[in-house]
Design a protein around this ligand. Structure first.
Ligand code: BG6
Ligand code: MG
Length: 239
């Protein structure tokens, strides 16, 4: 193996210097509680809503979600009414968070966090949710993340890259050395726009724009992901 090859291996070894996780649907199963709360609101208002429409809400901020739901409304809503609807949905959602516990952490998450800790690779949360703090407390993971960026810290929600770029800035890691883990099409788009590597899980795993995909985090370990990346890089730079 010549010096150039060794240098390349060293470069490839540092492919990922930080991991930014989405929260709802990646770390914890709160995506289902979001759906139930929106469904309840839509039923209150006699607006058609289903799980297919719900997929468009992943990663999108609260008011953005409401606008998507109101596409099926049979009348216009005033700004005040919209605010009341969003507050009511959040009230339903918060009620469901009362029963949230570490049992709701999704498969593979604890193993990933342990691996990152062992390897001293910082982990961050990049979520559009304004409920991020309370959720992390309830599932007892607050201390596992070096940086937490929530919907309270940004102006634009995904697919805008603001959340992920702010996370990278706080982590002091170059965006191109960050890995984003996402279950939302809007989140995959945000990760790509931020110039990051993207691992798509859950619903987003069919998204061809993601660099890698898996059904959930138990189906791919951090080490396997790095090995795959190394092989791809070494193959495209054979000399
Ligand atoms: C995202 C969810 O994580 O947070 C979206 O995927 C949700 O569905 C958004 O609308 C905002 O959440 P919250 O908790 O601030 O209403
Ligand atoms: Mg999500």
């Amino acid at each position: 193996m010549d010096i150039k090859h060794n240098e390349l291996i060293e470069k490839v070894r540092r492919l990922i210097e930080a991991v930014i996780f989405d929260l709802d649907g990646v770390i914890v199963s709160t995506d289902e509680y979001h759906y139930q709360a929106w469904q309840k609101l839509a039923d209150d208002e006699n607006i058609y809503f289903d799980r297919v429409i719900n997929e468009r809400l992943r990663g999108v901020g609260r008011m953005g979600c409401l606008e998507i739901i109101l596409e099926r409304a049979t009348r216009d809503y005033t700004t005040e009414e919209k605010k009341e609807l969003a507050d009511r949905k959040n009230k339903y959602y918060r009620e469901s968070l009362d029963k949230l516990s570490p049992a709701d952490i999704l498969p593979g998450v604890m193993e990933w966090l342990q691996t990152l800790k062992t390897k001293k690779i910082p982990a961050a949360i990049g979520s559009s949710s304004k409920n991020t703090g309370i959720i992390l407390d309830r599932i007892e993971l607050t201390d596992c993340f070096n940086v937490i960026i929530s919907g309270n810290d940004v102006k634009k929600s995904k697919p805008d890259p603001e959340i992920f770029l702010l996370a990278a800035e706080r982590l002091k890691v170059d965006p191109c050395r960050c890995l984003v883990v996402e279950d939302a099409v809007s989140g995959v788009e945000a990760g790509i726009a931020a110039g990051m590597k993207v691992l798509a899980v859950g619903y987003a795993r069919e998204d061809k724009r993601a660099h890698m995909s898996a059904a959930d985090l138990s189906k791919i370990s951090f080490d396997e992901l790095i090995q795959k990346e190394q092989k791809t890089k070494l193959k495209s730079n054979p000399d």
